[in-house]
Design a protein around this ligand. Structure first.
Ligand SMILES: C[S@@+](CC[C@H](N)C(=O)[O-])C[C@H]1O[C@@H](n2cnc3c(N)ncnc32)[C@H](O)[C@@H]1O
Length: 267
């Protein structure tokens, strides 16, 4: 082979090697960034037993107080679904809640778990965007394209896991866009609110403002999918922003963020 050919081969090898190196470095950087190693995520971590004493453990681990009826998902991927730990946390907290509100029903798995584990007289209201109302969705220029597309693609459910079960009588299903939802009849009534609707920035802020209006004294608001700046960046940005005004906490080992409404002093 001539010297020119050798040089061409060398050049090709060097180009391919630098492309591989560049891709690997980028991938590594995104992993590290995702784990918060470069920059700590702004919302402080909290242990479960600081969220509620029902999670206190003894020398044997979690106690029977945290026993719930449960459907695990194992390694299965479920659309928009919670992990088994997150589903357990929400189920346990439901045991103490008489008035529950959920933004984003999806398959209705969490709705069912909250209904089946809450006291017999509890009421669960869940709001979701059905396929025949997707035109009501109000995209904002601050929303990422990915979060908007995902919200719309998840809006395909009109039958839910709880449909036809005895728990259905505890559940009120609302259909509509959450920015159009009038929360005034629920003001200060909810003991537990789960925000898991559209994950677009403007929606997380709008659903949260409504939830702060709806939460009862001593009640809990939980948000799903606080997963850092790479995955669900709109949720990350919106919750970080809210955490400057309210004491939000990120529950260790989950993507749940929690806020407890203080008891009002004029009681
Ligand atoms: C991630 S899934 C909810 C998962 C469910 N909470 C669970 O734990 O199984 C998101 C849901 O939010 C609904 N959603 C998306 N955008 C919405 C909007 N603008 N108003 C109301 N619901 C919306 C979708 O239809 C979908 O059912």
């Amino acid at each position: 082979m001539s010297l020119t050919n050798w040089l061409i081969v060398l050049l090709v090898i060097m180009t391919v090697a630098s492309l591989i190196l560049f891709q690997s470095l980028n991938y590594y950087r995104s992993l590290v960034k995702q784990k918060g190693a470069f920059r700590k995520w702004p919302i402080k971590l909290i242990n479960l037993d600081e969220v509620d004493p029902i999670f206190k453990t003894n020398e044997l681990g979690p106690t029977l107080e945290s026993l719930v009826k449960f459907i695990g998902r194992g390694h299965l991927i479920v659309p928009g679904g919670t992990t088994d730990s997150e589903a357990w946390v929400l189920s346990v907290l439901s045991k103490k809640a008489r008035s529950i509100f959920e933004f984003g029903t999806c398959t209705g798995k969490t709705t069912y778990l909250m209904a089946v584990n809450s006291p017999p007289d509890a009421q669960i209201t869940t709001l979701t965007l059905p396929p025949d109302k997707v035109q009501d969705y109000v995209q904002d220029s601050s929303d990422s394209k990915r979060a908007t597309e995902r919200a719309l693609s998840e809006s395909g459910f009109t039958r839910f896991l709880y449909s036809g079960t005895p728990e259905e009588k505890k559940i009120t299903q609302l259909f509509g866009d959450s920015k159009h939802f009038d929360q005034s009849p629920y003001r200060k009534k909810a003991d537990l609110i789960f925000i898991d609707g559209s994950h677009a920035y403007s929606y997380v802020l709008s659903d949260s403002q409504k939830a702060f209006d709806m939460i009862a004294d001593g009640g809990l608001i939980l948000w799903h999918d606080y997963r850092g700046p790479s995955l669900n960046k709109d949720v990350y940005k919106a919750l970080n922003q809210l955490s400057r005004e309210k004491p939000l906490r990120h529950i260790e080992g989950t993507s749940l963020v929690v806020y407890r409404q203080p008891m009002s002093t004029n009681r």
